[in-house]
Design a protein around this ligand. Structure first.
Ligand code: ADP
Ligand code: ADP
Length: 229
């Protein structure tokens, strides 16, 4: 079944007299439990698409529906509720609160969720069960990103949206972060979309969506998905 149904999606950024077409004619389904990788050159519309899926930005035309939430018709309050209840986000920069420990950074989210994991459970899932009381400055970049992933999954989101989660990491650390995302998808069944520049990680995905000039150029199925190595 489809978690997301996207039809005829278009997005144009208007800045004064200049219009930038960022997405055109995008049709896409995200199926329950799958892991999708979005590839494409800089400026091809990947972040714009992910932001619209996550209710961070609005479409200019078309329809985006997620589990009965119609994002194209939702008001601001409904979009805020959608982001809070349905979506986990992971970005390139970890946005952890420096004065809080790993456990406390995760607890911020679990305190307002309906059916959250315990913070230590989420941190265990990302391999940081031994770093619960470390502050962000005491953790490596890869570990900080894993805390950010724990924070994103602790509320048990329906979908996990990741925008270049390895963009600030060296390649071997990036692989560890991708392995964590792959394992979470497999073990929790969280529908996951990951933007990356690294075509080498496509092997971990169920499907690879290739974007170009604001359009979906191709969608490739991967019948024999592997953990990245
Ligand atoms: P990608 O994630 O593939 O690098 P983006 O979705 O960020 O692509 O950008 C798609 C296009 O939209 C680009 O031409 C970019 O310059 C433009 N764009 C993105 N965000 C904005 C914005 N906030 N205002 C104006 N133009 C934007
Ligand atoms: P990674 O390959 O994940 O980036 P590093 O090799 O950078 O990991 O770090 C290895 C270990 O050193 C980690 O377990 C981390 O907790 C610790 N560490 C890294 N930076 C710091 C720091 N500034 N203060 C204390 N411990 C650190």
């Amino acid at each position: 079944s489809s978690v997301f149904v996207v039809r005829g999606l278009a997005k144009t950024y208007v800045m004064g007299e200049v219009s930038v077409p960022a997405l055109q004619d995008v049709d896409l389904d995200l199926y329950s439990g799958e892991l999708v990788v979005l590839l494409g050159p800089s400026g091809s519309g990947k972040s714009t698409l992910l932001n619209i899926l996550g209710g961070l930005d609005r479409a200019s035309a078309g329809e985006v529906v997620c589990d009965g939430w119609n994002l194209t018709r939702a008001g601001d309050r409904e979009l805020t509720a959608f982001r809070r209840e349905v979506v986990g986000f992971v970005f390139q920069f970890y946005n952890l609160i420096p004065s809080l420990t790993a456990r406390e950074n995760v607890a911020i989210v679990t305190e307002i969720a309906a059916d959250p994991m315990a913070p230590h459970e989420a941190l265990d899932l990302v391999g940081l069960g031994g770093r619960l009381d470390h502050f962000p400055a005491q953790l490596s970049g890869g570990e900080q990103q894993r805390v950010a992933i724990a924070r994103a999954i602790a509320k048990r989101p329906r979908v996990l949206l990741c925008d270049e989660p390895t963009g600030a990491l060296d390649s071997s650390t990036g692989v560890i972060v991708l392995q964590v995302l792959e394992r979470i998808n497999r073990e929790l069944g969280t529908t996951t979309a990951v933007i990356t520049h690294n075509a080498g990680i496509a092997a971990m995905a169920d499907r690879v969506v290739q974007m170009s000039d604001g359009r979906i150029q191709s969608i490739r199925e991967n019948g024999s998905r592997l953990a990245p190595s």
